[in-house]
Design a binder for this molecule. Structure first.
Ligand SMILES: NC(=O)c1ccc[n+]([C@@H]2O[C@H](COP(=O)([O-])OP(=O)(O)OC[C@H]3O[C@@H](n4cnc5c(N)ncnc54)[C@H](OP(=O)(O)O)[C@@H]3O)[C@@H](O)[C@H]2O)c1
Length: 491
């Protein structure tokens, strides 16, 4: 067993849902296989499903195991033995359900107890109240909140107040799975464990930063959720702003639970507000229409198969957004941070590109800027593009070539999924990679004026064909200052 394995009861509320089946249970299985779960640790799934422990274990065996291609029978038997199921409906009084959970947890008050809320946000408050009324919130309890944390600042505050009425801030873990990605943690190591970057990590040397989270998938069957969210709320408010914070933050004095979050908060508070006419200049909205992705014809957003028909909201929701953000402080004054995310883009790709300024005076023809590309997925790795001379006689022409660090090849180990890392942090009580209340609210304070401007009328999102990198306006956002999105394919 790994020395950091803690004994815990992990109660997954919404434990039969898509997130649990696709992400949480596979992550827990891998952690178990790697010896990171103590033998007495249990996973208790909750839903309204009326399942027995045996039913739930059968469901996990049938739905999760095939995805993991695991032939490890002994490991599976051990993992399945940890699983339990309790039925409860937080939509109304369900005394039998809470009694069953109380019975299962009885006698284990002195071990860590984690309530993971993998359920719709409107259930967060009722669930926490149920926990309190059943007397199950112990001093060693923690609660994990999944996104979305509200649709705006007021909604986020409501959720934070509801959960905060029962749990202290130190017990609340707001998850952003991007922070669990290897490259993201490596960004911190790259910046703060190497001396050579710090002197050039500022507006004197860096021309601009691009942060892209592109998906090739669309939104079939998710209209109900997506019409209410859109790319800005779904991706920018949380994931992209968190990445921006890690690029832009000042070096923290310690790697402890508050220092990194304190520095991230300062970045969010330094973002220049975008509202009114500036939203037209500095933001782009798009919605995909039919096109081709990976050689396959796909429908537009409004024609995606779904059990609900498109509404007025469907016509106005953005499936793509690009934003030119600015961090107003000494280090970053004048350096644009371009954020971009979209559905039905040509490839799935998440990356941060830090583009340096060109040399002040070039003695060679051609050439170009240095770039540091942090690839979050697929194929996590770091690539520093330097100028090199192509071998051979004749004129010296510099060509950009990447110095590449692939985590999988270099460390010859399986790169763990983000949820594995984050779940182990929750179980061991380490909140460093989780968002604090003030961070979430500062992010919404920046997003809200953009949404208000978008919703106050104006034109609908610009159409873009599925399989293309967003609407033309996204290219112009950079093009008008002579810049371009980095689209090169890396190995
Ligand atoms: N899916 C993802 O990849 C993903 C990624 C990031 C965040 N999230 C967020 O995670 C949450 C769950 O997403 P999901 O896709 O897993 O949803 P889902 O497939 O609809 O699952 C929801 C789960 O919550 C349970 N549930 C719902 N209402 C309940 C109630 N009143 N009482 C008891 N249990 C209830 C459901 O079980 P029963 O219906 O059987 O009761 C089910 O287990 C959402 O907030 C979502 O935005 C999801």
């Amino acid at each position: 067993m790994h020395p950091t394995a803690h004994v815990a009861d992990l109660v997954v509320f919404g434990g039969t849902g898509d997130l649990s089946m696709r992400k949480l249970l596979p992550a827990l299985f891998h952690s178990d296989r790697d010896g990171r779960l103590a033998p007495q640790t249990r996973v208790i799934a909750m839903s309204r499903g009326g399942l027995t422990d045996a039913d739930f274990r059968g469901k996990v065996e049938a739905e999760v195991r095939p995805r993991l291609h695991s032939g490890d029978d002994e490991g599976w038997a051990r993992f399945l033995g940890r699983l339990h199921h309790v039925s409860v409906d937080v939509g109304g009084p369900d005394h039998a359900g809470w009694r069953a959970l109380t019975h299962l947890l009885a006698g284990r008050e002195n071990i860590d107890r984690v309530f993971y809320l993998a359920s719709p946000p409107m259930t967060f408050g009722p669930f926490c109240r149920g926990v309190q009324e059943a007397g199950l919130a112990t001093p060693r309890s923690r609660v994990v909140l999944e996104k979305p944390l509200g649709r705006d600042l007021a909604g986020a505050r409501r959720i934070n107040d509801e959960v905060g009425a029962i749990f202290e801030e130190r017990q609340i873990f707001r998850i952003d799975h991007y922070l669990g990605k290897e490259t993201v943690q490596n960004l911190l190591v790259l910046r703060f464990a190497n001396a050579f970057l710090e002197p050039v990590w500022n507006s004197l040397w860096i021309d601009h930063v691009q942060i892209t989270a592109a998906e090739s998938v669309g939104t079939p069957g998710r209209r109900g959720y997506y019409d209410q969210a859109g790319a800005l709320r779904d991706m920018v408010q949380n994931h992209l702003l968190q990445l921006l914070c890690l690029v832009a933050m000042e070096p923290p004095s310690r790697n402890d639970r508050e220092s990194i979050r304190d520095e991230k908060l300062k970045v969010l508070q330094s973002l220049r507000q975008i509202a009114g006419t500036e939203a037209d200049r500095f933001t782009v909205r798009g919605q995909y229409v039919s096109g081709e992705v990976d050689g396959r014809a796909v429908p537009g957003y409004l024609d995606e198969p779904d059990h609900t028909a498109p509404t007025v909201a469907s016509h106005r929701v953005e499936t793509f957004t690009a934003i030119r953000a600015e961090v107003k402080n000494w280090r970053w004054a004048g350096v644009p941070f371009y954020l971009r995310t979209g559905k039905r883009m040509p490839h799935r790709r998440s990356e941060i590109v830090v583009q340096f300024k060109e040399v002040p005076h070039s003695i060679f023809p051609g050439g170009g800027p240095n770039r540091l590309v942090l690839r979050l997925g697929p194929s996590e790795g770091i690539h520093l593009h330097i100028m090199a001379k192509e071998p051979g006689a004749g004129e010296v022409v510099p060509r950009p070539v990447p110095l590449s660090l692939s985590f999988a090849d270099t460390f010859r180990a399986r790169v763990p999924e983000a949820y594995e890392r984050l779940l182990m942090d929750v179980l061991s009580g380490n909140p460093t990679l989780f968002m604090r209340r003030d961070e979430v609210e500062a992010a919404w304070s920046w997003i809200d004026p953009i949404i208000a401007t978008w919703e106050s009328g104006g034109s609908p999102p610009e159409p873009y064909a599925a399989g293309t990198p967003g609407p033309a306006a996204a290219r112009e956002l950079l093009g008008r200052s002579g810049r371009a999105w980095y689209e090169e394919d890396l190995p």
